[in-house]
Design a protein around this ligand. Structure first.
Ligand SMILES: Nc1ncnc2c1ncn2[C@@H]1O[C@H](COP(=O)(O)OP(=O)(O)OP(=O)(O)O)[C@@H](O)[C@H]1O
Length: 251
């Protein structure tokens, strides 16, 4: 379970505009085990910055993150052992094959070789990676790189999974496959959080949706609860009302 409490992050102004950028402003939500939680918001809403604070890459200016009862600021190492992260920059090593990329992370987590091999086989089957598993990742398509980065993030079988825009740039079939995979992770009882700027994406997949705009949580709940909060029967109308724009409505 991941709890975000009153998170705030400001960046100094750069260039001509010296005003600081308030990227995240009092963001709070709980992502439960056995559920998929979606962070939905338009470009620049603060999703990536929020996720970076959740997965210990960036310290919040105020507020805190608690993962499975552990305060991230107090014991980031322990938290990281129970997190699988797909960052916004996928960053696969291009000289290595997909399998070597995955193995490397398994080794960093101190896993024995046979456990790495077994887990890789399971992930490669679930993500339909068998065709390219032993190819060097240089020249990989965006979907192949994303799948490699997801498998690498999950090699150590983490209880909590955080994915930044996992379906970005993926084709319809790959997206369908990935959705099924995320549902499996949820059904295994894991806590899954992902960000997206596409309403249909989160509506199709998430048990809970946290709607973020201009660094703030403007609404959260199930799709039914969001419709109710917005006073709209149509989900699309509800999102437009909550976010205040039509951005992100069309995939
Ligand atoms: N390192 C940084 N330095 C300065 N400003 C930043 C930095 N990181 C993020 N920002 C600003 O903070 C705001 C939130 O950015 P963030 O990347 O969190 O949004 P997002 O919701 O993930 O957007 P997108 O969907 O476009 O990826 C934006 O205005 C962005 O320009």
């Amino acid at each position: 379970m991941i709890v975000a409490e009153h998170l705030r992050k400001t960046f100094p102004g750069r260039g001509k505009d010296k005003n600081p950028v308030i990227a995240v402003d009092d963001v709070g939500f709980t992502a439960h085990d056995g559920q998929i939680t979606g962070l939905l918001g338009p470009n620049g809403a603060g999703k990536t910055t929020t996720l970076r604070m959740l997965y210990t890459l960036m310290a919040p200016e105020s507020g805190r993150v608690v993962v499975d009862g552990i305060d991230v600021a107090a014991d980031p190492e322990r938290v990281r052992r129970n997190l699988g992260v797909l960052p916004d920059a996928r960053g696969v090593y291009k000289r290595l094959t997909a399998r070597e990329n995955i193995d490397y992370f398994g080794e960093l987590h101190g896993m024995p070789a046979d456990a790495i091999a077994q887990r890789t086989a399971k992930l490669a089957a679930a993500l339909q990676m068998e065709d390219f598993l032993d190819r060097a990742t240089e020249g990989f398509s965006q979907g192949q790189r994303t799948k490699t980065a997801i498998a690498r993030a999950l090699i150590h079988d983490p209880r909590n999974v955080i994915l930044d825009e996992p379906t970005n740039g993926l084709d319809v079939m790959t997206t369908r496959g990935l959705r099924g995979f995320l549902k499996e992770l949820r059904d295994e009882g894991r806590c899954v959080i992902f960000s997206s700027h596409i309403m249909q994406e989160v509506a199709a997949l998430c048990d809970r949706i946290v709607v973020i705009a201009h660094g703030k949580v403007v609404a959260q709940g199930s799709t039914d609860e969001l419709r109710e909060q917005a006073g709209e029967t149509n989900l699309e109308d509800a999102f437009v009302k909550l976010i205040g724009s039509e951005e992100g409505l069309h995939a």
